[in-house]
Design a protein around this ligand. Structure first.
Ligand code: AMP
Length: 300
């Protein structure tokens, strides 16, 4: 049985950071999120790849106990993203986005996924996010992530799907851009008025802020010495957070705080290497160890 459904990009990325330069490696928002979530629960992927998607990537996803019957293989090329980072690794610079098979994708959620109570609408066209959301009847919690590309090209559609979700995850620059204000607290308050009951603002190496009506919780980011590639940090944060919530079945504010720390722990591992190379090596024991280090980090 699938605990958490994840829809979003499954990609081949080309990434340059001060620590290396890689081409057509496994990436995509739904890939990072579902692999992160698989540490805690059984995720089911919804998405599409092209015929050029290497079979070893498909095998890797299945080996992580991720259900892939909702991941179609279509004629054409897999989604591709290219970008680079300078020394300030909080800022990704996109050089190219090719939607390829995603531009004509009509998602059909497999029947085997429909019993899941948790849905994560990872970064992709908001029209597709809404299409997937509409196929569910009885969800406990729906979260959504997005990025500047969709804010710039499909703002109205994005605001419409945001009005239907429980948790919005967004990075600081995108929250400012979407609400057209320089102040993050104000942006969070404005976003809460749009529908979600919780807004998580991700601030890269400066941690994350969780806002609900009248309450705010701050989680630091793990101070990493070995940071190679932050691509997928936001997605693995979200996957860890949603995977933990789905595994506990508890969506209280207190548990949401723990989920934010679990998400931060998984995201910190992800940034230690390119693509999903670090996530491939870790399990619950590693994540629990880092969770305890987070506790020490903020105890005074
Ligand atoms: P992040 O967690 O923000 O670093 O997400 C990085 C991932 O997002 C990469 O693996 C990309 O393949 C994917 N991505 C980049 N641009 C888009 C987009 N416009 N829509 C969906 N996914 C994207």
């Amino acid at each position: 049985m699938v605990d958490l459904v994840v829809v979003g990009s499954v990609a081949l990325d080309s990434v340059k950071t001060p620590f290396g330069d890689v081409k057509d490696i496994l990436g995509g928002a739904a890939t990072y999120s579902s692999v992160a979530a698989s540490i805690f629960c059984k995720p089911g992927l919804v998405g599409v790849v092209g015929k050029d998607f290497p079979s070893e990537h498909m095998e890797f996803l299945r080996a992580r106990n991720i259900e892939t019957s909702g991941l179609s293989v279509a004629e054409g090329k897999t989604f591709r993203w290219s970008g680079y980072y300078e020394y300030d690794m909080n800022q990704a610079h996109t050089t190219d986005t090719q939607l390829n098979v995603f531009s004509s994708f009509k998602p059909k959620v497999p029947d085997a996924y429909l019993g899941a109570k948790y849905l994560f609408l990872a970064n992709i066209d908001p029209v597709l996010q809404l299409d997937v959301l509409r196929q569910f009847k009885d969800l406990e919690l729906v979260a959504l992530d997005t990025m500047n590309f969709w804010i710039e090209t499909k703002k109205e559609e994005l605001l419409s799907v945001i009005s239907k979700v429980d948790v919005l995850l967004i990075n600081d620059a995108e929250a400012r851009q979407l609400m057209d204000t320089p102040n993050l607290v104000r942006a969070a308050r404005m976003l809460l008025k749009r529908g979600p009951s919780a807004v998580v603002i991700k601030k890269g190496e400066h941690g994350a802020l969780l806002f609900t009506d009248g309450v705010c919780f701050f989680a630091p980011a793990y101070p990493l010495e070995d940071l190679k590639d932050p691509t997928g940090a936001g997605d693995s944060f979200a996957g860890g957070l949603m995977g933990y919530l789905a595994s506990t079945g508890d969506v209280s504010f207190e548990n949401m705080k723990r989920a934010v720390i679990y998400g931060s722990a998984v995201a910190s591992f992800n940034a230690e290497d390119f693509s999903l190379d670090r996530l491939r090596q870790i399990g619950m024991k590693d994540v629990s160890g880092r969770y305890k280090e987070f506790e020490k980090l903020v105890e005074f």
